[in-house]
Each structure stands twice: as C-alpha cells, then as structure tokens.
Design a protein around this ligand. Structure first.
Ligand SMILES: NC(=O)c1ccc[n+]([C@@H]2O[C@H](COP(=O)([O-])OP(=O)(O)OC[C@H]3O[C@@H](n4cnc5c(N)ncnc54)[C@H](OP(=O)(O)O)[C@@H]3O)[C@@H](O)[C@H]2O)c1
Length: 248
C-alpha cells in the first residue's frame, strides 16, 4: 500500500465489513497519518455473519454504527466518501427504495462525519431517488470488458458529473479470460489485465479504477496500464468480447 501511494495512487476503496474491520486496520497501520490528497472511499450496508454470507445491515442504526466503525478503524474524524451498498435478495441489481438509507447518510453528513455520499450496486432510478435527498458523487457497480450492462448508465452519470467506479474491473473472483484479450495484449506487448484496465480508462471520462491486488508486480503493471494507448482496431476487437460473453 505504501508503494501504491508513493507511486501516486490517491484513491483507495475499502469497507469496514471486509474482515470485518481488518482491511481498515491494515490501511491505518500502513498509511496513517494519511498524506494530503489521499481519498479513502468506504461502503456501508452489509455485514458478514460467521457463515461468510453477505447480509444487509441497512437500518439507520446499523449505518450509523458502520460510520463509527470506519472512523475508529481508519483513525479518521471524517470520512471522505461513503457509498451506500444496496444488497438485495440475489446478485443482480434490484430496484427498490433506498431513501431511508440515503437519508441516514445525509444526516451523518450534516453532523460532519461524512464529506460525500456515493452509491453501490444501484440502478438509475435509485440514483435519482438519492439525488433528491443529497448530492451523489459516485456510483460503484460491477462492470468490465465482459460485463457491460451499465453501458448507457455510465454515459448518463457522466452527463450528470457523477463518477463511475467499476467493481471487479478485472473480473474479481473469476479473472477475465479471453483469447481476444490475450491476442490484443500480445500485439501491444502488454498483459491482458493491462489491456482490460486501459480499455476501462478509455470507455468514459468519469471512470475511476480500483483494481485489487496483493502483488507488487501486479500493482506496477496496473499503474503502467494508464500509459497504454489502445489503437482503434484493438478497441473494436475488445468491444466484441462482451457480445461473445452474452452468447455463452
Ligand atoms: N461494491 C461492491 O459490491 C464491491 C464488490 C466487489 C469488489 N468491490 C471492490 O472492487 C475493488 C476490486 O475488487 P477485487 O480486487 O475483488 O476485483 P478485481 O480488481 O477485478 O480483481 C482482483 C484479482 O485480479 C488479480 N490481479 C490484479 N492485478 C492483476 C494483474 N496485473 N495481473 C493478473 N492478475 C491481477 C488479483 O490477484 P493478485 O492479488 O494476485 O494480484 C485478484 O485476484 C475493490 O476495491 C473492492 O472493494 C466492490
């Protein structure tokens, strides 16, 4: 983490429910006192019971507790950005009201414990519902070369000046694998994951990247992806990957 920040990374994505608590404690141990300009973005709305499932924890009391857990474990007086992570019944996005949760975060914002509110795993209707309560600065949804259901949503958020932060940018637990991706990477003298990140950066100006890694070598590779230029014909080939994924 120290190497990442020294190399210029100024945006770290976390949650106190990872671990729980451990991830934030590690961030604090590695980086506190935090350098000026480092933005730590956390998320609330879930909990991990002992069976390691994901369960909603989205009552105003649980959200307030979550903010205090994040503050304590990160060693902060105020959180830069807090995403409300909507957890429905399944893995897919689910419509449904989020006003109670966003209002709870807006209250915490008024108390000075949160600077900005974001949303995660939400639809356009849920963003509109939240915007009537407070400004929404970012949306964090699943999106990558093979998982493109948010294509139109990203453009809509860009027009509204809202950042889009794709989670699982490299495929998460099932890393992206595609012969097209590998062949484009070979031709450009880069790695498939670098091409996947460069493609995301090219997709829309409001995209911010949060690739996860436990490896210094991958960290360096991922940072170098920012310098990779994708020729037009490579972009066209990469755009075909999602169509092939849907057909499967
Ligand atoms: N809002 C939500 O609901 C939600 C859900 C999931 C994740 N997230 C967030 O999304 C972010 C990324 O999540 P993630 O780390 O699970 O997914 P990811 O970034 O898509 O994938 C990480 C995986 O890719 C590997 N990897 C990273 N760089 C690589 C490289 N250059 N070459 C080869 N493999 C590479 C990592 O292995 P190594 O460790 O070996 O590099 C790890 O297995 C995190 O900040 C997480 O908090 C949010």
């Amino acid at each position: 983490m120290r190497e990442a920040v020294a190399a210029g990374v100024d945006h770290i994505d976390t949650s106190d429910f990872y671990g729980p608590h451990v991830t934030n404690q590690i961030i604090r141990q590695a980086l506190h006192p935090y350098p000026e300009g480092l933005v730590i973005v956390t998320k609330l709305g879930g909990r991990r019971p002992p069976d390691k499932s994901w369960q909603p924890a989205n009552s105003p009391q649980e959200l307030t507790q979550g903010v205090h857990d994040n503050l304590r474990n990160l060693g902060l007086d105020v959180l830069d950005v807090v995403n409300y992570r909507h957890i429905g019944v399944g893995h897919d996005l689910e419509e449904g009201p989020i006003a109670e949760q966003v209002s709870a975060l807006a209250d915490l914002q008024r108390q000075g414990l949160i600077r900005h509110v974001g949303l995660s795993h939400v639809t356009a209707a849920q963003v509109a519902e939240a915007q009537a309560i407070t400004d929404v600065v970012c949306v964090q949804n699943q999106y990558n070369l093979a998982h493109r259901q948010d294509d139109a949503f990203i453009a809509d958020l860009a027009r509204k000046g809202i950042a889009y932060v794709p989670y699982f940018p490299l495929g998460g637990f099932t890393p992206l694998q595609s012969s097209t991706l590998s062949s484009v990477a070979d031709r450009l003298g880069s790695t498939p994951m670098q091409v996947a990140l460069a493609w995301l950066l090219r997709r829309s100006p409001n995209i911010l990247l949060i690739p996860g890694t436990s490896s210094r070598i991958h960290l360096r590779e991922n940072l170098a992806a920012a310098e990779l230029t994708l020729p037009t014909e490579a972009l066209a080939e990469l755009d075909g990957i999602a169509d092939a994924a849907v057909k499967h």
